[in-house]
Design a protein around this ligand. Structure first.
Ligand code: PLP
Length: 358
């Protein structure tokens, strides 16, 4: 029996999508084989791939001067691929550290390029984030890197900054949760395993003009422009993940697009935050304006009860609520495929648990 799954990633996928995948698993319609068993260059697969790309373009309203790439290597691969491509422009870039992932991006990128960390909220356990427009950017920054939604700390930057440097964003845990002003960014990247579909796929949305400035001396597999030239089929792509992502994009469209999900996601998050805030038993440490609508960490005032909370929540059909080991406590990841009903069930359980142990 499926339970409410609050995993940070790989995360819940809509049951409607999974059922459709199940019904096509043995034979993709009129093809004689499973989608997993066919050449990525076959006409049938190419149609699936291009259709998915078009749907993503429609959902996010991605302008014509952007390339959409379906890559591998996860978001982590982008931590090095980005500096590899743009190091030669000026040798430096500005990084904004607001949580575990931006810290990792900075450390990895620094192995390639002379990066400057222009902001860090690490001393405050990443419980807030800056207004990027108020930061002093370096004159020689080839780009500015940030993460609008830190998955582990639930620390978010909701306003898209307007700056006069190429803006690069790790959107792994926030992409497709709401409409996006794509044209404010030079490069957006996201691992698929939260709001897009199964792990193994990484989406990169890159402004063509920025892409063309990438280092041309790199091996092809590290060059965005080479991936773009071959429609992300420079080598065998993660065909199954790409196919399922395409189904998720259709499900998003059918459900009412990103305006619908924005409304749903805000409602889910505000229900949970409101409950946490009125209780003396639970607490969320993140500054109000930086609270994530996708990943909501919460602590129990008495952490001796953590393991009891986890085992009883599991018994009540609520899975994967354990917070990341670096933060402790609990975390509820409530991506698009987590319905309001699931969040309300979580709140009901939290209320019951508080009345039992509080
Ligand atoms: C914001 C963010 N960036 C990067 C990563 C790393 O992603 P991957 O495992 O796809 O490399 C994650 C993974 O959870 C993430 O949440």
């Amino acid at each position: 029996m499926r339970k409410w799954n609050f995993c940070a990633g790989p995360a819940v996928i809509s049951e409607e999508v999974l059922s459709e995948v199940q019904s096509e698993l043995l034979e993709f319609p009129n093809s004689g084989s499973s989608i997993m068993e066919m050449s990525h260059r076959s006409k049938t697969y190419m149609n699936v791939a291009l259709d998915a790309k078009q749907d993503l373009k429609d959902i996010l309203k991605i302008p014509e001067n952007y390339e959409i790439l379906f890559l591998q290597g996860g978001a982590t691969h982008q931590f090095s691929m980005i500096p590899m491509n743009f190091n030669h422009l000026s040798g430096s870039a500005d990084y904004i550290t607001t949580g575990t992932w931006t810290k990792k991006a900075f450390i990895e990128g620094s192995k390639i390029m002379d990066l400057k960390e222009i902001y860090s909220s690490e001393k405050n356990n990443f419980t807030f984030a800056p207004d990027i427009e108020n930061l002093e950017l370096s004159d020689n920054a080839a780009y500015v890197h940030y993460c609008p939604n830190e998955t582990i700390q639930g620390n978010a930057i909701h306003k898209v900054p307007k700056i006069n440097k190429p803006l690069v964003a790790d959107m792994s845990s926030v992409i497709l949760s709401e409409p996006l002003e794509v044209d404010s960014f030079s490069l957006i990247y996201a691992g698929a395993q939260k709001n897009i579909g199964p792990a193994g796929l990484t989406i990169v949305i890159i402004k063509k003009e920025f892409m063309e400035r990438g280092n041309s001396n790199l091996p092809n597999l590290f060059r965005y422009s080479e991936h773009a030239k071959s429609d992300s089929m420079l080598n065998t792509p993660p065909t199954f993940s790409w196919y399922v992502a395409g189904k998720v994009f259709k499900w998003i469209k059918k459900s009412g697009g990103l305006d619908f999900f924005k409304e749903q996601n805000q409602l889910k998050a505000s229900n949970l935050y409101n409950f946490i805030d009125i209780s003396d038993f639970y607490l969320n440490p993140v500054k109000l304006e930086n609270r994530s609508i996708m990943n909501i960490p919460f602590m129990l005032n008495d952490n001796a009860l953590d393991s009891v909370f986890l085992s009883e929540s599991e018994e009540n059909g609520l899975m994967n609520l354990k917070g990341h080991r670096s933060v402790g406590g609990m975390r509820a990841s409530i991506y698009n495929a987590m319905p309001l009903e699931g969040v309300n069930e979580l709140i009901k359980f939290m209320d019951y648990f508080e009345s039992k142990y509080g």
